[in-house]
Design a protein around this ligand. Structure first.
Ligand SMILES: C[S@@+](CC[C@H](N)C(=O)[O-])C[C@H]1O[C@@H](n2cnc3c(N)ncnc32)[C@H](O)[C@@H]1O
Length: 319
């Protein structure tokens, strides 16, 4: 019989946010980790982004999955990092449970609500899947991962890996290597370098959904750290850095702003035009991905892309 549970491995609480904000305010530019976008509203806004005409990554990754899902190894455990609502993952679940196979599905995310929603729906729709959701931060150690060594696949979709800059990305891959066993599989969705104008449009859509998503981080600060901050004092900025091959999302102060963070007993002064970095999203080349994965002990078996070469799905094996 299938069933679901969600374990809170890490408390994603105001104490953790407070530590990140203190650290962020000690640097220039101030840079707040993107995990703080994803309260319930932020997770819903991200889902809305995935439906936007300008936001090609989700539908492209889904099409690649659809084309190649039958070629994936038939593992007994699927772990998904940064799972969110696990919408595309349903294609994997269908493939891995074909012929009535049983599967343990372990979605992991900082945001508990999408995990619970997905766990309930997946349990109802996939009778042979057991869901063991984990509320955790993938910036922490990832072990213990449930499942039998060699019969696990860890999926990391949506190019969420691109939110890590190169040094934290290498550290993440090392943690993944420590948490997995030889023979385990890693399925990685990664966005590819392309026309900068298209990239900027994908992160600055005409309906303003990405702007609302970006500003939602200020609402998280207001609620969790008792901050007096008005999102309308800031504008959403997305630009491409061709030297670093990455999109950057910023919040730019429209005028001089004073933010009182009561929970931290701190006053944060932001000058007109000053920018707060809220997300970087690296764009990859297949050769570079292969090299980064190999350096961390993951041998690439295959990389698939769409015909236009916009997005990639890479299957690698833990050595
Ligand atoms: C870009 S969305 C991708 C969602 C989904 N996997 C997809 O492909 O559409 C990033 C997801 O990772 C989660 N996330 C972000 N930072 C995280 C962290 N440090 N630890 C765990 N989950 C994180 C967010 O809550 C969100 O669900």
């Amino acid at each position: 019989m299938s069933h679901w549970s969600v374990e809170e491995r890490t408390a994603i609480d105001p104490g953790r946010l407070a530590a990140d904000i203190r650290q962020a305010l000690s640097q220039r530019p101030v840079s707040i980790p993107p995990k703080w976008f994803y309260d319930e509203k932020g997770s819903q806004l991200f889902e809305a982004i995935t439906e936007l005409p300008e936001y090609y990554p989700t539908r492209t990754e889904e099409a690649i999955l659809l084309a190649h899902v039958a070629e994936l190894p038939l593992v007994d455990t699927l772990v998904e990092l940064g799972a969110g609502y696990s919408r595309k993952t349903r294609l994997l679940l269908e493939a891995l449970t074909r012929g009535g196979r049983e599967l343990l599905f372990v979605p992991l995310d900082v945001s508990p609500r999408p995990l619970r929603d997905a766990a309930e729906r997946i349990t109802a729709d996939f009778p042979t899947v057991t869901v063991r959701g984990v509320v955790a931060d993938f910036d922490d150690e990832l072990a213990p991962l449930p499942g039998e060594p060699g019969s696990r696949m860890v999926a990391f979709l949506g190019s969420t890996i691109g939110n890590l800059t190169p040094v934290p990305r290498a550290a993440f891959l090392e943690r993944l290597h420590r948490a997995t066993d030889p023979g385990d599989w890693f399925l990685l969705g990664a966005d590819l370098v392309k026309d900068p104008d298209r990239l900027v449009r994908a992160y600055d859509d005409s309906a303003g959904v990405t702007a609302a998503f970006n500003k939602n981080m200020l609402q998280v600060l207001a609620r969790e750290l008792d901050a007096d901050v008005d999102p309308d004092d800031f504008e959403h900025v997305a630009r491409y850095d061709p030297d670093l091959d990455r999109i950057e999302m910023w919040l730019r102060a429209r005028h001089d702003v004073v933010v009182r963070l009561h929970a931290l007993d701190l006053v944060w002064r932001i000058a007109q035009g000053e920018e707060i970095l809220t997300e970087t999203s690296a764009k990859f080349r297949l050769e570079g991905l292969r090299t980064e994965l190999a350096a961390a002990g993951f041998a690439v078996a295959t990389s698939w892309t769409d015909d236009a070469g916009d997005f990639s799905l890479t299957l690698a094996r833990r050595t």
